[in-house]
Design a protein around this ligand. Structure first.
Ligand code: ATP
Ligand code: MG
Length: 368
């Protein structure tokens, strides 16, 4: 869903600005501290109501301002245009409007504007906690399976109830039964959605990875969060005493993970930083392909912050070939305009934006 027009007010050092990005490749260049990442952050806030750089929004809102606003006109697959905007204040409340209507749930933002972020921290997807890989996986499932969100909410609610009963100490097992039934039913369903998605993700990932880097031994597998040979109810029964002692539920989809291994070892412990980044790029581009294949022909927007970081020229070019082939809107930043522009094929149309002290100027010319 490409952005046709983007307006940003009071995000970091950016001066109020409206730009008309290309539906394809947008190169954002400028010196350190000029505001390039801030522009990507603004788009991220529009799609997810939060930043990727800080958990709180307060540091993102411009000093001396009480709120920041991001507004966009978005081209829909139907050929129509919709508008979406978000205002977030220092008091942490937000106002979202899509097509003139006030929206309460950020899920609708994410649904309208699927985003994929690749930045210098991306390697953390491999190295970090399982939660990040679950979020990655669930992003994909959410966008292709409409029932996923409601199922996920059922899992969260029943799990919370079960855990709060477990924390009471010695309790009658029967008290847990209604929540357990709900938890198991929703969890098995959620697992089925995740497994179905993974069946498609694996070949897409392997194909993209093969075009980026040779890592034949790398395997991607899914752990659902409990023993694959038993039902969740059987596992909960067998772990009841331990759950009581710990005061929370050990098994379930809240423990699911994606495992990336090389020769039986955790890929994060074997691969170099650059290799890890390429694996993460392949994971994210594969999701971009799956989103496109879905009936609604939806596209996601790729935000690539600091393209050259960790990547040599050959791999940078390979990544750009894949982004070109995906045929979606890309916002990509770097310090050097030439280096950014030279990574693309000569017939790819590029829009270029120079960022200087928070001012953004469209320069739109291919640097020779
Ligand atoms: N809340 C804020 N209000 C005003 N300015 C801010 C705020 N938060 C950060 N800044 C400033 O915004 C500027 C833009 O930072 P940004 O990270 O976008 O730069 P960049 O162009 O991506 O730089 P680099 O090339 O180093 O990655 C920095 O100079 C930073 O000090
Ligand atoms: Mg930056």
């Amino acid at each position: 869903m490409p952005l046709k027009k983007l307006s940003v007010t009071a995000v970091r050092n950016l001066h109020p600005v409206t730009i008309s990005p290309s539906p394809r490749i947008n190169l954002i260049y400028g010196d350190n501290g000029s505001g390039k990442t801030s522009l990507l952050e603004a788009i991220h806030i529009l799609g997810l109501a939060r930043s990727f750089r800080s958990t709180r929004l307060q540091p993102v809102i411009q000093h001396e301002h009480q709120a920041c606003t991001v507004f966009a006109e978005v081209a829909l697959a139907s050929g129509l245009t919709t508008s979406m905007g978000i205002t977030r204040s220092k008091q942490a409340d937000y106002q979202i409007r899509i097509d003139g209507q006030t929206i309460r749930s950020t899920a609708q933002l994410a649904d309208t504007l699927p985003l994929q972020l690749i930045n210098p921290d991306s390697f953390r997807l491999l190295e970090g906690a399982p939660k990040q890989r679950r979020q990655y996986l669930d992003w994909g499932v959410f966008h292709v399976e409409h029932q996923f969100l409601i199922t996920w909410q059922r899992v969260q609610k029943s799990l919370k109830q079960r855990n709060s009963l477990l924390r009471r100490g010695r309790i009658e097992r029967s008290l847990l039964t209604p929540w357990e039934l709900e938890f198991c039913e929703a969890s098995e369903r959620m697992d089925a959605f995740r497994q179905a998605y993974l069946l498609k993700l694996k070949p897409a990932f392997e194909s993209v990875l093969g075009q980026l880097i040779e890592l034949d031994d790398l395997t991607l597998s899914y752990f659902r969060g409990w023993d694959k040979d038993r039902s969740l109810q059987q596992v909960l029964d067998s772990q009841f005493e331990r759950d009581c002692q710990l005061g929370h539920t050990q098994a379930g989809p809240q423990r699911a993970d994606l495992r990336l291994r090389i020769k039986g070892m955790n890929a994060a412990e074997v691969l170099s930083r650059g290799q890890q980044k390429l694996v993460v790029c392949a994971l994210k581009i594969a999701q971009g392909h799956l989103l496109k294949e879905r009936g609604r022909q939806q596209d996601c927007i790729f935000l690539v912050d600091d393209l050259p970081s960790e990547l040599d020229e050959q791999h940078r070019n390979a990544l750009c070939r894949l982004l070109e082939a995906l045929n979606c809107q890309v916002f990509i930043t770097g310090v050097e305009a030439e280096q950014l522009a030279n990574s693309w094929q000569t017939d790819t149309s590029l829009s270029m934006f120079h960022v200087e002290h928070g001012h953004i100027v469209q320069t739109d010319r291919r640097l020779e």
